[in-house]
Design a protein around this ligand. Structure first.
Ligand code: GLA
Length: 521
């Protein structure tokens, strides 16, 4: 039978749809985001949206939060990424180029990035995959993917959240894959945070595209913590545990712990759940006015150690007793297991956790570390019974030994080395970056990756749990001008043998007044 034009058309449409379906499931030809060495543990930092919305985001606010992040001890606990969310921070000029909003950010977006880096923090920026951001006050990247990613790299971003507003007609997986390629082309290591609120089921393909993906809608409207909504998000995100792993995380949104309206037990429960789900720990509260209890919760290194565990498992619910959930499924780098008992009921509960609930054989002799009271008991042979108040949680770590090491939690004194040479004669200049781990053990020495420019050499030395990266610059043969290098180093996690995290920082060199004159790269 001859095929009429309508049949041919329907075959073509069918092929188109099936290719589209295949592509949506397998958009990942080429580079895998997980191979980029970034976000090998869930990103930690602070983001403005939950508390502030668009207003009053500006340079002053971000700088105050940088100060508060450092002075409160959050930075020491590993919170690193910070920057404006949809903070009306750039426009598109008539020639299509992104330009910073200098009224709100007088130092410019590169200037703000340098400030963040000098404080030993990493710089987070935000954009949208569509025509505009959600408020329409900022341009989206649609049709400008490569130039925009180059602009974020030039502003020295380390983290980019890409929202999904105003994307009518765009395919989620395909759009984010284009942006991934554009980010790679921009040449700077940038943690890629997908924010389609679960649209397009990014947990099915996100690992090959980005480092984290939002699994749900917003956790709250700006300024209003919403406990019930947060619990719905937990229920949705919990089911996706198989998708999480080193370098690619389910993101149930920024945290609401410490925002007005939540009590201490809720803050503790919320934070424990985010740790257990290996969720990004992006604080969303006002860091300038935290109660001592909020600081204590957000900086609990034993809880953070569960979140930052290098094996990267996301815990899940293994059993329910009425309104009490028993969570497990999070094996840790030392062979111990995390467990959590969460009481969403209205009355206190006594719950027995059997060793078989958490993957140990019954009658094994095990030690139990309570991650909130910081007490170890045991050995216990028959499981353990815990008392949990309403909205509260028992967050435990269970091991064959009574030793509970914390994995590496890395902080740096700066991520920017700025050097300046004056005068015509060749000079040697030096600047250091010191990183230390707040985990239990020393780390093996960071290994600097090859490919540095000839004017720069980097030596790594150890001092206890700190490592010093000494950057030596020789201006010999260089002309007047500005030079830049990105230094990248890797470390090896002691147990899994995998890189622990990609460490990178910028070296800026300015040469003024040299006799040979002229501009350089
Ligand atoms: C979306 C995102 C939020 C925030 C706002 C900004 O709603 O999900 O996290 O970035 O946009 O408009």
């Amino acid at each position: 039978m001859r095929k009429g034009p309508l049949t041919i058309l329907s075959i073509l449409i069918a092929i188109l749809f099936s290719t589209h379906y295949w592509w949506a499931q397998h958009p990942a030809s080429g580079i895998h985001a997980a191979d980029d060495g970034l976000a090998l543990t869930p990103p930690m930092g602070w983001y403005p949206w939950n508390e502030f919305g668009q207003e009053p985001q500006n340079e002053k606010l971000i700088k105050e939060m940088v100060g508060a992040l450092v002075s409160s001890g959050l930075k020491e606990a590993g919170y690193t990424y910070i920057g404006p969310d949809e903070g009306i921070c750039f426009f598109r000029n008539s020639s299509g180029k992104l330009t910073p909003n200098l009224e709100r950010y007088p130092s410019g977006l590169r200037g703000l990035g340098d400030y963040v880096h000098r404080k030993g923090l990493k710089y987070a920026l935000y954009t949208d995959a569509g025509t505009h951001t959600c408020s329409k006050a900022m341009p989206g990247t649609k049709g400008h993917e490569y130039e925009d990613m180059a602009a974020f790299a030039a502003w020295r971003a380390d983290y980019l959240k890409v929202d999904w507003c105003n994307t009518q007609g765009q395919d989620v997986a395909r759009t984010y894959a284009t942006l991934r390629d554009a980010l790679h082309a921009a040449g700077r290591p940038i943690v890629f945070s997908l924010c389609s609120w679960g649209e397009g089921e990014p947990w099915k393909w996100g690992a090959s595209v980005g480092n984290l993906w939002r699994t749900t809608g917003d956790i709250c409207s700006p300024g209003k913590a919403d406990w019930d909504n947060a619990m719905k998000i937990v229920a949705a995100n919990e089911k996706l545990y198989e998708a999480a792993g080193a370098g690619h995380w389910n993101d149930p949104d920024m945290m609401i712990a410490g925002m007005d309206g939540l009590g201490e037990a809720q803050n503790r429960s919320f934070f424990s759940l985010w740790c257990m789900m290996a969720a990004p720990l992006m604080a969303g509260n006002d860091l300038r006015k935290m109660t001592p209890s909020t600081v204590e919760i957000l900086t609990n290194l034993e809880a953070i150690g569960i979140n930052q565990d290098p094996l990267g498992f996301q815990g899940r619910i293994v059993r329910r007793e009425g309104q009490v959930e028993i969570w497990a499924g999070k094996r840790l780098f030392d062979g111990s297991q995390a467990a959590l008992v969460f009481n969403q009921g209205a009355t206190p509960s006594h719950v027995h956790v059997a060793w078989s609930d958490i993957g140990f054989a019954e009658s094994t002799a095990l030690y139990v570390r309570n991650l909130w009271t910081h007490q170890t008991t045991g050995p216990h042979n028959d499981g353990i019974t815990v008392a949990v108040a309403p909205n509260d949680i028992a967050f435990l770590r269970i091991s064959r030994t009574s030793d509970f090491p914390v994995p590496p939690i890395i902080v740096a004194d700066t991520y920017l080395v700025s050097l300046r040479a004056t005068g015509p004669s060749a000079q040697k200049l030096e600047g250091t970056v010191t990183v230390k781990t707040n985990g239990s053990d020393e780390l093996p020495l960071w290994k600097v990756q090859p490919g540095l420019p000839s004017w720069l050499s980097v030596a790594v030395t150890r001092r206890g749990k700190s490592q010093i990266l000494t950057n030596t610059v020789s201006t010999e043969g260089l002309r007047q001008g500005l030079y830049h290098a990105l230094v990248r180093a890797d470390n090896t996690e002691p147990v899994s043998g995998k890189p622990m995290s990609a460490l990178y920082y910028d070296v800026d060199l300015e040469i003024v007044g040299s006799s040979s004159g002229g501009a350089a790269n």
